[in-house]
Design a protein around this ligand. Structure first.
Ligand SMILES: Nc1ncnc2c1ncn2[C@@H]1O[C@H](COP(=O)(O)OP(=O)(O)OP(=O)(O)O)[C@@H](O)[C@H]1O
Length: 255
């Protein structure tokens, strides 16, 4: 279980995260939503140990800041929004780097098979020998997701994982993340801007507003016209799909 207790963080004088308290459970996928610049990425960075705030991030009761970097890397996979820079690496090598905590100079056959399996699972095995920087934005995104998954973490943190993906790939990706969350009992936290996708795939939704938790709970209780007006400043109706999943129909921005 992942617990965040009284977490606050600031880059400078302005507080970005303000006294956040949340619990994320194994086998469940949580979507963190909210307008731009409300602190979603910062929250994931604090959970992953990249940033240190005030308060506690507890993994099964252990403060992650007390773990060594290898210990954190073994438990937590974090997919950031940042790109690959200018690295001259093949797709295979990029994904293999996801196993860095268990690699030695001579790469074992089992590690190679691990990488091949995840490439196949994501349908990107044909890209294995390509240079990462020569791929399209969507292909690159798939590779970094493969890198996050190949680590076999217990906590999976994905910052806008469906960025740059077409609609088919987007659905495929969220279905895979959901399926892995259940089958591997992962504690999965994703930031998303697509509210209908959050409603369909997340077990719980956390709404961040100006660095604070505005609401947290099941999609049907969190996605309301009031929340959309107050947090997103849009007038919207919320319908129900045939299977009961909320559907957000935004109508206009609130002036
Ligand atoms: N490295 C940094 N140094 C200073 N300020 C930063 C830094 N990174 C982010 N911020 C600021 O912190 C605030 C929250 O940023 P963050 O990236 O967490 O928001 P977000 O909710 O993920 O936004 P988006 O939906 O646009 O990706 C913003 O005001 C941003 O400008």
């Amino acid at each position: 279980m992942l617990e965040i207790s009284n977490l606050s963080f600031s880059y400078g004088p302005q507080p970005i995260l303000k006294n956040i308290n949340l619990t994320f459970r194994p086998g469940k996928m949580t979507a963190v939503i909210g307008p731009n610049a409300t602190g979603k990425s910062t929250l994931l960075k604090c959970i992953s140990g990249i940033l240190r705030g005030q308060g506690d991030v507890l993994l099964d009761g252990v403060n992650i800041n007390s773990l060594k970097p290898q210990g954190i890397a073994k438990e937590i996979s974090y997919l950031s929004q940042e790109g690959c820079g200018k690295a001259v690496l093949s797709v295979f090598e990029v994904v293999l780097l996801g196993r860095v905590h268990s690699l030695s100079l001579k790469v074992k056959e089992a590690e190679i098979q691990h990488v091949l399996k995840i490439l196949k699972q994501l349908g990107i095995e044909k890209l294995a020998a390509r240079n990462i920087c020569e791929l399209s934005g969507g292909q690159r995104q798939m590779v970094f997701i493969a890198q996050a998954l190949v680590r076999e973490p217990s906590i999976l943190l994905l910052d806008e994982p469906t960025n740059s993906l077409d609609l088919h790939r987007e659905l495929e990706m969220l279905e895979l993340i959901k399926q892995l969350t259940i089958s591997r009992n992962l504690t999965t936290v994703v930031t998303l801007h697509q509210l209908d996708m959050a409603a369909r795939y997340a077990d719980e939704i956390v709404v961040l507003s100006d660095g604070e938790v505005y609401a947290a709970g099941q999609p049907t209780t969190v996605l309301t016209p009031d929340m959309l007006r107050e947090v997103y400043r849009v007038n919207a109706a919320v319908y129900q799909a045939g299977d009961g999943v909320p559907l957000v129909m935004a109508m206009n921005s609130v002036k």
